[in-house]
Design a protein around this ligand. Structure first.
Ligand SMILES: Cc1cc2nc3c(=O)[nH]c(=O)nc-3n(C[C@H](O)[C@H](O)[C@H](O)COP(=O)(O)OP(=O)(O)OC[C@H]3O[C@@H](n4cnc5c(N)ncnc54)[C@H](O)[C@@H]3O)c2cc1C
Length: 446
């Protein structure tokens, strides 16, 4: 790919799953890219403190896998070489949803890789480190953004370095991939701008995750229950080095515990016994990790009239999805591809950074639409979920149920459904008139 330089220095805050792909994109357009990370970064695929969620199941959807392969050629080969386990989605993963235990298993031609989150991040980090004009500085905590004399323009970033000293560095563009978005919100406040509108869905989810070795046969399983019955879920996937990761998910006052006996007892309460029966004789490797996820949150930066120049939040700093659907890393990678597309088309313009954020947010909002809806609709069905329910929620839920039944009968619809779930196609493809008609024509019950 040929590219044109558009600036001297870009700074990325956070070396996580949004920051690293974004840094790779910026490397083609800025003389130098600096990634500031508060953590010590491991020299291998081990855990670090800044990403506690990484101890839990992290599925990489096909949409994310494809985006990362676009940014890092041969990415899938890297995953396989590092021990990630190829899983034929639809065929090898046993999906259990009410009415289908299991959902019909078919080869849909979609292969996903299962591995730990630290392994995915490690592979991406290694690829980023190979680029000569990117520097990753560890132990550097970004503190705030510096405004230039031109109103509402970011011109530099202030951070505390590993020696506890404050440093200020100039930046033509700062990408905030800190997961939280506090720098962006702080800057908006300091310039007298209102914060972005937010959509919040209070799900109050609890995760408990064990890493196991399982003697004998095991296979990937996902078990879901209806919101009316509490919505307990269990996810069991293979990991590199012959291990398995099992995550149990509950809500409100029924969250999974952090001790092995309690974990097994909770697994027995899942709607089907498959996960319990597979793991009861397993050996645990390390402690059971727990995580509380209070709410999904989407910040509507696209609705801000004048967004500061030289600043762009990305990844979780824009939208944090209910993790059960495994979307966050994939959307982050797709946003990095979107950024590349915009920089590519603007590089020849007089001022490529002028209005970049506005265009980015408008297109990112489109990207986010499908994953947000896929998670929000079932979440809002749970009676204790807090959030604005659409007037047609019941219709949407019934349509989703009907779609499940149609997909079970028809391999082509099943394939389309999986492509949507994996963020390869927008949800609108499932609203085409012929599909809607066929869903309507189904008998009321299986
Ligand atoms: C329990 C759980 C399970 C999940 N499961 C999945 C899944 O199955 N599939 C999936 O795709 N997604 C999953 N996600 C979502 C996924 O973890 C995030 O969407 C993804 O990591 C977003 O990347 P990010 O770079 O925005 O944030 P992160 O990856 O969290 O990275 C943020 C980085 O910024 C650094 N940082 C923060 N503040 C500063 C600062 N001031 N200065 C310097 N550095 C800073 C942090 O140390 C960290 O390295 C899950 C999330 C949770 C909570």
């Amino acid at each position: 790919m040929t590219s044109t330089l558009i600036g001297r220095q870009a700074v990325v805050v956070g070396a996580g799953m949004a920051g690293l792909p974004a840094a790779r994109v910026l490397a083609d357009y800025f003389e130098h890219v600096l990634v500031l990370e508060r953590d010590t970064l491991p020299v291998d695929a081990s855990h670090r403190t800044g990403t506690p969620q990484a101890r839990h199941t992290h599925g990489l959807l096909n949409g994310g896998q494809r985006a990362l392969s676009d940014l890092f050629p041969d990415f899938e080969q890297d995953l396989a070489a590092a021990g990630a386990v190829a899983v034929k989605v639809g065929l090898e993963l046993r999906l259990e949803v009410p009415g289908f235990d299991p959902f019909p298993q078919r080869d849909l031609g979609v292969t996903a890789y299962a591995m730990s989150r630290p392994l995915i991040e490690f592979i991406v980090r290694q690829r980023v480190r190979q680029l000569a004009n990117i520097t990753i500085r560890e132990h550097c905590r970004a503190q705030d953004l510096v405004m230039s004399s031109a109103a509402a323009t970011v011109s530099a970033i202030r951070f505390e370095n590993g020696n506890g000293r404050s440093e200020t560095l100039p930046a033509d563009l700062v990408i905030e991939a800190s997961g939280r978005g506090n720098l962006t919100l702080g800057f908006l406040e300091s310039t007298g701008q209102p914060p972005p509108e937010e959509t919040v869905i209070g799900v109050d989810i609890g995760y408990a995750t064990a890493v196991l070795t399982i003697p004998g046969e095991a296979r990937p399983i996902m078990t879901f229950d209806t919101p009316a019955r509490g919505g307990l879920a269990g996810i069991m996937l293979p990991l590199e080095r012959n291990r398995w990761i099992v995550t149990l998910v509950g809500r409100h006052d029924h969250k999974p515990p952090g001790d092995w006996d309690g974990f097994l007892a909770y697994a027995q309460q899942l709607r089907t016994p498959t996960i319990y029966q597979t793991i009861r004789g397993a050996d645990t490797l390390g402690e059971i990790a727990r995580f509380g996820f209070p709410a999904s949150l989407c910040r509507h930066f696209d609705r801000i009239e004048e967004f500061p120049r030289g600043l762009l939040p990305i990844g979780d700093a824009i939208c944090r999805f209910n993790p059960v659907h495994g979307q966050g890393m994939s959307v982050s990678a797709q946003e990095a591809c979107l950024l590349r597309e915009l920089l590519q088309s603007r590089a020849e313009e007089g001022d490529p950074l002028d209005g970049l954020a506005k265009t980015f947010f408008a297109k990112a909002a489109k990207l986010i639409e499908t994953p947000w809806a896929l998670a929000a609709v079932p979440d809002l069905a749970h009676p204790r979920t807090k959030g604005q329910r659409p007037d047609d929620l019941q219709q949407r839920l019934e349509f989703g149920e009907g779609l499940n039944r149609l997909a079970a009968k028809d391999a082509a619809v099943h394939g389309l459904f999986v492509e949507v779930l994996h963020l390869l196609k927008p949800q609108s493809v499932l609203r085409e008139p012929d599909i809607v008609e066929r869903v309507k024509a189904l008998p009321a019950q299986v």
